[in-house]
Ligand binder design. Structure first.
Ligand SMILES: Cc1cc2nc3c(=O)[nH]c(=O)nc-3n(C[C@H](O)[C@H](O)[C@H](O)COP(=O)(O)OP(=O)(O)OC[C@H]3O[C@@H](n4cnc5c(N)ncnc54)[C@H](O)[C@@H]3O)c2cc1C
Length: 387
């Protein structure tokens, strides 16, 4: 059976309608103002069920497959990468709880996360530790009926807006235990830019793009998490829980790359038909026409890789290899395609008045987060050597 069915195409049509009406008209202005995604867009996404797309209806989700998740993500990202990314957080936290949570955690958190009634943020990366997850340091020390968190996190995107921070902590003080000493915890908080001083403070990290969501450096100073919020109820499982969840997050990131590249391609095609130089539309010059052809080839290849990885994930089998292939290719493809879209716009490509530069700035992050390209190549390469 093909990965993409008529039902999937119907989902694509409905997401595209939402994006064309609600996102495309405002994305460039909001990006220029470095304004966050407006609340009504998040509310509408929640009503449409996007935050719980892959979770079962009994947990508040839509019960759709990973191919549907990839298509929804692609279409949202075609409008604005930030909008395509806002659901990533709830999908990560929701998957962690759905796959590993205690029955109480599933009952308490899943419906609210799946319905988008609460927003979550992922606090994994630290100032000194990114790719090497097993070396994370933020401590969780037993205290009464819970834990006190002490340490720093870096790049926690959407931390201000979130009701729940999903924090990777070190529960075992013996750092030589590496990944075996890590545990994931859910820190509940009130949304807002002021966080919860003195126990939790945050400062925004200025970035070149991805402006619809802000990323924060966070400082935890004895922030309390009840023991009931230790995911799975057992210490030392956090690393394994996260690695499993990364498969879906990487497929989603590949789909984000496809969406951003598609948007850049469409605006380049339009411009190539409208802009005249040497008496003809620039698309009539073979070099420009071939640029568009290369862009189309690359986007479709990345799209099919993303759907392939998603369909593998739908079988329930391990798919870090397939997710890695899709993520590394789509992220780097998006950089190339958005660069070419800018080039086709000539000087106007460099102007903030045109969308091309936004796609290029946004695309640049895709090979950095959710595991850098270098780390994806390691994942892929190790699997090859195991065969
Ligand atoms: C806009 C943005 C949003 C983000 N949002 C979040 C978020 O919400 N939550 C969160 O937890 N994190 C988030 N991150 C952090 C992101 O996941 C990390 O930046 C990423 O994992 C890389 O970690 P690092 O920055 O510490 O780089 P490092 O790990 O220090 O890597 C530096 C360089 O060395 C390379 N490198 C590292 N190890 C190896 C190796 N073994 N072999 C070969 N090369 C290697 C890397 O590929 C990279 O090129 C975000 C980052 C950005 C830029």
């Amino acid at each position: 059976m093909p990965a993409v069915t008529p039902e999937h195409e119907e989902i694509r049509r409905s997401v595209r309608e939402f994006v064309e009406h609600e996102v495309v008209p405002i994305a460039n202005d909001l990006d220029r103002q470095e304004a966050q995604i407006p609340e009504p867009i998040i509310q509408k996404m929640a009503e449409l069920g996007y935050f719980g797309i892959i979770f079962p209806p009994e947990e508040g989700g839509m019960g759709l497959d990973y191919v549907a998740m990839a298509i929804v993500t692609e279409e949202l990202s075609r409008g604005w990468l930030s909008v395509g990314s806002v659901m990533t957080r709830n999908l990560i936290t929701g998957s962690l709880i759905h796959n590993n949570g205690t029955p109480e955690q599933k009952k308490n958190f899943m419906p609210r996360i799946a319905r988008g009634e609460v927003m979550t943020a992922a606090a994994f990366t630290e100032p000194d530790t990114g790719s090497d997850t097993a070396s994370l340091k933020l401590r969780a020390v037993k205290h009464g009926d819970g834990y006190l968190l002490k340490g720093s996190k870096m790049w926690c995107t959407f931390a201000n807006r979130a009701n729940i921070l999903t924090v990777m902590t070190r529960t075992d003080p013996d750092v030589s235990k590496k990944h075996r000493g890590l545990s994931l915890m859910l820190l509940e908080k009130t949304p807002g830019d002021d966080f919860a001083p003195p126990h939790l403070t945050g400062s925004r990290i200025p970035t070149i793009g991805y402006h619809g969501m802000n990323s924060f450096a966070l400082s935890f100073d004895d922030a309390f998490v009840p023991a009931a919020n230790l995911i799975g109820g057992k210490e030392g499982q956090g690393f394994y829980q996260l690695m499993n969840t990364y498969e879906a997050a990487r497929i989603q990131t590949a789909a984000r790359g496809v969406g951003v590249a598609q948007a850049a391609y469409e605006c380049a095609v339009k411009y190539a038909k409208e802009r005249t130089q040497f008496g003809v539309p620039i698309g009539n010059h073979q070099v420009i026409r071939h640029k568009l052809a290369h862009m189309a080839v690359e986007i479709e290849a990345a799209r099919q890789l993303a759907y392939f990885a998603a369909s593998q994930k739908d079988t329930g089998k391990r798919c870090d290899y397939e997710a890695g292939l899709a993520k590394v290719f789509a992220a780097e493809m998006a950089e190339r395609v958005t660069r070419e879209a800018m080039q086709i716009h000539g000087g106007y490509g460099y102007s903030m008045e045109f969308n091309a530069q936004r796609f290029w700035r946004d695309a640049r992050v895709l090979s950095i987060f959710e595991g850098t390209s270098e780390i994806q190549l390691e994942v892929i390469g190790r699997r090859i050597m195991e065969q």
